[in-house]
Write a protein that binds this ligand. Structure first.
Ligand code: NAP
Length: 442
């Protein structure tokens, strides 16, 4: 039986077996494709094993470290010092990332011209830097401040003389094309973004090498500002197809590859469920709607309010309470909770009583991070007293509302992934939630 393999380390989130199986299917082959998860100090043992296969791929962190074990490298792999495919017959290492990168840009109508800002100068970044310069672009590389010196040396070693190197936080909105070759925004830290809103809004094309999650915050922001954006999934599929060409001369039709890209996009959401919703819970008047607007703006997310959805479907909440009673309202609320639990990349402001049902909470937790907005009672009371749109607050009975607040507080606390101090100002809350999301996902 033919054998192929992938060599990497900590490969929990790889799509490669799925893609290669699909490509082998198209070629009428059904070889064994295995993943070798191996730390750097295990290469001397694992590479002789891999040399017994028909061919193998290499991913982070071994793309450079594998070179001394090979008899040669192709022009691209030598130039970028990164091998991602080995032809075992010849023991030669290739870089097919370049094929994947250029083809995915071409398919998306993104020219590698004008002012190009590249974030990251690792294996993928070195390749993109070389290709941008080769295509005649005016290249700027943005790196972490502590990596700037190393970046200047890397560019020199690649023979790139005219590129600028800047610290990531120093970028200004003056670039036509943005290329992300860092893991910033990759699962699980999906709320991070390598470029500022200004820089994204000022650009024409954004390429994000990341493919997990399918929609990164960078790509959502590009959509928000009407900027052409390209996800890394097409590059991943095209570079894999190029490996099959090297291994056994396979040729694929674009339509077949597009189908695989679509299937990968569907698969990634199934295989690596990303909690990409932020569900705001808290007592009536805790500030969920105002904060929701701010968070949605920050991440270019959609914004949904479960009470508004109920009203748009069933009419005013006060009327539902008056005509059908609270039990009927809660049933409608559960129906809406279930529907919004399917959303992605959304801020969901949950009605105050919605978390009372553990089934509602369970549904929302599938795709969402539950954030409890812990706002002092007096502040909530000031905002809601006598609000006739809120059936449970319209009589303004302070003692009854305080009892309700105390009873619900425990429910909110129990289901919260993150608790936020609702007495802070809105900008302070936004800052706090961004920090807490980072820690929560680390
Ligand atoms: P790599 O060799 O590890 O390089 C990563 C680069 O990102 C380095 O320059 C690193 O800079 C920088 N970086 C890391 N963390 C950062 C942070 N928090 N803030 C700013 N910069 C940071 O990785 P790679 O192989 O080039 O891959 C980079 C990304 O491209 C990954 O997300 C990978 O999944 C993706 N990729 C996608 C495809 C595809 O087919 N779609 C192919 C290859 C790679 P320092 O020197 O400062 O650490």
């Amino acid at each position: 039986m033919e054998k192929y393999a992938l060599l990497g380390y900590r490969l929990r989130h790889t799509m490669s077996p799925f893609i290669h199986r699909r490509l082998f299917d198209l070629s009428g082959k059904s070889p064994d494709y295995r993943v070798y998860d191996c730390p750097a100090d295990g290469l001397s043992v694992v590479i002789p094993e891999l040399m017994k296969t028909n061919g193998f791929n290499i991913t982070i962190p071994h793309k450079e470290a594998v070179i001394p074990y090979l008899d040669g490298t192709d022009e691209h792999a030598s130039r970028y010092r990164a091998v991602n495919t080995v032809d075992v017959k010849t023991r030669v290492g290739y870089n097919t990332d370049v094929t994947g990168f250029l083809k995915s840009l071409g398919q998306a109508g993104c020219p590698l011209r004008g002012k190009v800002l590249l974030a990251g100068l690792g294996g993928a970044g070195r390749m993109m830097a070389c290709e941008a310069v080769k295509a005649g672009a005016e290249l700027t590389v943005a790196l972490r401040p502590e990596s700037k010196e190393k970046g200047i040396d890397t560019l020199a070693s690649l023979g790139i003389k005219n590129a600028k190197v800047i610290a990531l936080e120093k970028m200004r909105p003056e670039y036509d094309v943005l290329l992300n070759a860092t893991p910033v925004g990759m699962y699980p830290k999906i709320f991070d973004c390598p470029f500022t809103d200004e820089v994204i809004a000022g650009s024409k094309h954004v390429f994000d090498a990341i493919y997990n999650p399918l929609r990164t915050v960078l790509s959502l922001k590009a959509s928000k500002y009407g900027v052409n954006h390209i996800s890394g999934m097409a590059m991943l599929v095209y570079q894999a197809a190029a490996a099959h060409e090297i291994w056994y001369g396979a040729k694929f039709r674009d339509a077949d590859l597009s189908r695989i890209i679509d299937d990968c996009n569907a698969e990634i959401s199934k295989d690596f469920p990303v909690k990409s919703n932020i569900v705001l819970t808290g007592f009536m008047g805790s500030g969920k709607s105002s904060l929701g607007k701010l968070i949605a703006g920050e991440y270019a997310f959609g914004l949904t309010d479960t009470d508004s959805l109920i009203e748009s479907k069933y009419g005013k909440i006060s009327d539902i309470f008056a005509s059908l009673g609270e039990k009927a309202f809660r049933e409608k609320e559960s129906e809406i909770a279930l529907a919004v639990s399917e959303y992605r990349n959304s801020v969901i402001a949950a009605g105050g009583g919605l978390p009372l049902s553990s089934l509602n909470v369970q549904a929302l937790k599938r795709n969402g991070i539950i954030v409890y907005l812990d706002t002092p009672f007096e502040l909530c009371y000031k905002r809601i007293r006598g609000d006739f749109a809120r059936p449970l607050a319209s009589d303004g009975d302070r003692d009854r509302l305080l009892a309700l607040y105390s009873a619900r507080k425990a429910v909110y606390e129990n289901c919260a992934d993150i608790t936020l101090d609702g007495s802070l100002s809105l900008p302070e809350m936004l800052k706090s939630i961004k920090e807490k999301l980072k820690n929560y996902l680390s």
